[in-house]
Design a protein around this ligand. Structure first.
Ligand SMILES: NC(=O)c1ccc[n+]([C@@H]2O[C@H](COP(=O)([O-])OP(=O)(O)OC[C@H]3O[C@@H](n4cnc5c(N)ncnc54)[C@H](O)[C@@H]3O)[C@@H](O)[C@H]2O)c1
Length: 329
């Protein structure tokens, strides 16, 4: 049976919106980008031109929803617009994949959760998913499978880093809601566990960051099942995009390196990896995760439920965990 061509709109033509337009139009069969909402007309036109797309551009999501019929929307506008865009999609009953975070405040997150719950009851399926795409990253999926196999015993301790090269305009609290939120969700999903506590350590800020920005920060916490987690979050590392994690098990160690290289250290063996160059941002490292996430999301538009895509409840849970420390930052 030939599947229906899906009509998808994208919001935002910045770094992430450009990626989503590329993946939806070039990598995923059966999907047509039929609208791009972006207030910056030059950016919007350049992106449409780049992929030879003849669809209309709009200044806002609302204008796009008023004008074109859509099977779904991918939202990649700045964090502060997510809550209102999600509300709009819920009110129009349009499925959306929204970039993280769900919202910038716990109050907004709770309101969205209630609205999403009401819509779930009415529609019988979730309308909103969140772009916690590390859940679709092949190296992290491999690690989750190693955990599930039990071959190295239980996970005891996790050490992780998320370090961006530069984050212009970021505020201290956004190191939590914009960057650390990835670690909060990834650990819940990877370990099939819930956070039980979280603390933030603040040392000397880098002189590269603007005055007053607390950068980097170190999160220390744990899970209900007793896994200790230490994660550093760096918004302006100046040397190259650097995301890593290391899980210490009872009988070995698994590392996911900067390029997603998975190293399993066990039985007194440590495999070697060749050197590689670091990227400027997350796009190359997580390309396959973004594509896999979009494939899974477009399948939901065809009626196939997903147990891996993050939901509004996952977004809310991440905000709740971060709220334990946000007043300290
Ligand atoms: N999942 C990930 O790995 C990942 C990585 C980076 C960023 N993000 C998230 O993606 C989102 C976008 O990040 P980015 O790096 O692309 O930012 P960006 O600043 O590069 O792009 C945002 C774009 O949205 C446009 N915009 C502003 N207001 C808008 C509105 N009301 N409606 C539509 N467009 C609007 C801006 O003009 C800009 O072009 C953020 O929420 C960010 O947290 C996710």
């Amino acid at each position: 049976m030939v599947e229906k061509e899906l009509r998808v709109g994208v919001v935002g033509a910045g770094v992430m919106g450009s990626g989503h337009v590329e993946y939806l139009s070039q990598d995923i069969p059966g999907v047509t980008v039929v609208g791009l909402a972006e207030p910056n007309e030059d950016l919007r036109n350049a992106l449409l031109q780049r992929w030879n797309l003849s669809c209309p551009g709009f200044d806002s999501l609302e204008e796009m929803l008023d004008t074109v019929s859509l099977d779904g929307v991918v939202i990649a506008s700045p964090d502060r617009f997510h809550a209102e865009s999600i509300k709009l999609c819920l009110s129009r009953k349009i499925p959306a994949l929204c970039e993280k975070p769900l919202a910038q405040s716990l109050d907004d997150g709770e309101e969205l959760s209630q609205l999403a719950q009401k819509s779930l009851t009415e529609m019988g399926k979730p309308l909103i998913h969140l772009g916690f795409m590390r859940r679709f990253d092949p190296p992290l999926v491999e690690v989750k499978n190693i955990i599930g196999s039990g071959e190295l015993g239980q996970v005891l301790y996790v050490n992780a880093s998320t370090r961006n090269v530069s984050s212009p305009g970021i505020k201290s609290e956004e190191l939590l809601t914009n960057i650390a939120i990835h670690e909060v969700d990834t650990m819940r999903w990877l370990l099939s566990d819930e956070w039980s506590d979280l603390t933030v350590l603040k040392g000397r800020p880098t002189s590269v960051a603007p005055d007053g920005l607390q950068d980097p920060i170190v999160l220390t916490g744990g899970t209900v099942n007793g896994v200790v987690i230490v994660a550093d979050i760096f918004a302006n590392n100046s040397y190259g995009y650097d995301v890593r994690c290391e899980l210490t098990f009872e009988r070995g160690v698994v590392r996911v390196g900067i390029w997603g290289d998975v190293t399993v250290v066990r039985d007194h063996q440590h495999p070697a990896h060749p050197p590689f160059a670091l990227g400027e941002n997350w796009m190359a490292r997580f390309r396959q995760a973004y594509v896999n996430e979009l494939v899974e999301w477009t399948e939901t538009l065809r009626g196939k439920p997903s147990s891996d895509l993050a939901t509004v409840e996952d977004g809310l849970r991440a905000l709740q965990v971060l709220d334990w420390v946000s007043s300290e930052s």
